[in-house]
Design a protein around this ligand. Structure first.
Ligand code: CO
Length: 138
């Protein structure tokens, strides 16, 4: 069952520029250090909001899945939304049973908990990340 909105994923050609934009233009006060996630082909940084986070993702390496997105959207843009679920394997099985296309097997995401992605064709054109709720609430 769908839970809390955890974050909105936004692709960008430059995390530094995007963090500066959220701080200077929108008044955001905190963002996590940019770090590499080589397995997923992205650099990532989270901008903290009062009720959620913006996940900024920038291509890492030649085979990054973000390159194609940035070719279509050179300035970046909204890439996915992420909802929490209590158990990722239950969620995966439920999604499959309902006929949705689950992209890949559960794997560790940027928050250190298991994630899967649901194909946009099943979600009105929106790429949806499901993420197991972190054990420590934040
Ligand atoms: Co995400």
């Amino acid at each position: 069952m769908i839970g809390r909105l955890n974050h909105i994923g936004i692709a960008t050609p430059s995390i530094e520029d995007s963090v500066a934009m959220y701080k200077d233009l929108m008044g955001a006060t905190s963002a996590t250090e940019k770090r590499a996630m080589p397995d997923q082909g992205v650099w990532v940084s989270f901008v903290d909001l009062p009720n959620s986070q913006i996940e900024l993702i920038e291509p890492y390496g030649e085979n990054s899945p973000i390159h194609a997105f940035l070719e279509k959207n050179p300035k970046g843009g909204q890439h996915h939304v992420c909802f929490e679920v209590p158990d990722i394997y239950v969620a995966r099985d439920e999604m499959k049973a309902k006929g949705a296309t689950v992209l890949g097997e559960p794997r560790i995401g940027a928050h250190g908990t298991l994630i899967i992605f649901i194909h946009p064709k099943n979600m009105g054109g929106v790429l949806v990340e499901l993420m197991e709720t972190p054990k420590e609430a934040h």
